[in-house]
Ligand binder design. Sequence first.
Ligand SMILES: C[S@@+](CC[C@H](N)C(=O)[O-])C[C@H]1O[C@@H](n2cnc3c(N)ncnc32)[C@H](O)[C@@H]1O
Ligand code: SF4
Length: 365
Amino acid sequence: MIRHLYFHIPFCPKLCPYCCFYVETGTQNKTTRFLDALLREVEAAQATHDLQPETIYFGGGTPSALTCEQLEYLLGGLRARLDLSALREWTFEVNPATVRADKARVLRDAGVSRISLGVQSWDDGLLKTLGRIHDSEQAEKTYGILREAGFDNINIDLMFAVPGQSVAQWQATLDRTIALRPEHVSSYCLTYEEDTEYFRQLKLGTFRQDDDRDVALFETTIDTLTAAGFGHYEISNYARPGFESTHNFAYWQGADYLGFGPSAFSTIGLRRWQIVPDTAGYTERTLANENTVHFTEELTEATRAGEIAAFAMRTRDGIATDALGRWGKEMREFHELGFVEHRDGRTVLTRRGKLMADSVAEAFV
Ligand SMILES: C[S@@+](CC[C@H](N)C(=O)[O-])C[C@H]1O[C@@H](n2cnc3c(N)ncnc32)[C@H](O)[C@@H]1O
Ligand code: SF4
């Protein structure tokens, strides 16, 4: 039984200079044929798997870049094909520049229950540095439109460690976020991904990393959001009680999931595969009933267990201490360094360990 579905919608109005996701900025492939390919892929999956989605996640790219008509067609097509009686959470990533009241209504009417709004910053100067197409006023307006449409579960995506960002600017962004009273905040530390404009600027020395500042920004995030009533339930994620992301939790717990659309990954048992990162090729091949798999990987039991442990270690609940088995030596070292502590039979990151979360997680993989 597959309970978690991901849909990758690769279209973006403009490429952000730090982004490494598979996206395309032209509109030549943003067609009904592409939507038909997604629906066909779902039908093909139904022929081989028992699909009973509890969570659906539309990510990208920018799913909200589809027009109202395209969304009605695609989401209506999914509703007609899938048994949604067990659906608990349906998330849609929204770029603040791409949604007006009519589109918010279409999403709500189709059954989307959770919005992830890519605000990134409330500072207009930093939004320019990030190459975003929206400004803070537009983001706040879109947030209001989504609330008016009836969305009562909204995540705001933020990014810190942006070039030129001060602790005071970040504090102001956190304060303005809290004032809007979202249910969830994802706060990502900027990663300089290879093959991005930001990476090139880093190599050229135009951008410089400042570890001390980034630690201060991260600690400010934890202090400010937890004081405002958000639980810090995963390194980059904060939620009001009961609003933790069910879809992401399923990933972190190692549940099977199916991904649809170009570049999407799926993992079932020990098999992982990726669909071709090529929208035109994906569309044509899917509609011709040809194979669209880009690569397949057979994981070992040990690799998969390591991945799941690494995810779990980044969460509030950590790992059952008696399940640490083959990582006992590393965990003893982390314990001595003060990065992990044992609490109620579980091993969890300490505050100091949260600053080193990536290094701790690496020990498992
Ligand atoms: C899959 S992206 C897409 C969301 C949407 N297209 C947008 O940008 O508004 C989800 C989130 O990942 C974060 N993100 C993207 N690239 C990143 C990077 N290089 N480093 C850190 N966070 C990043 C951003 O906060 C973004 O909102
Ligand atoms: S809008 Fe989102 S997915 Fe698209 S390029 Fe920017 S960060 Fe990447």
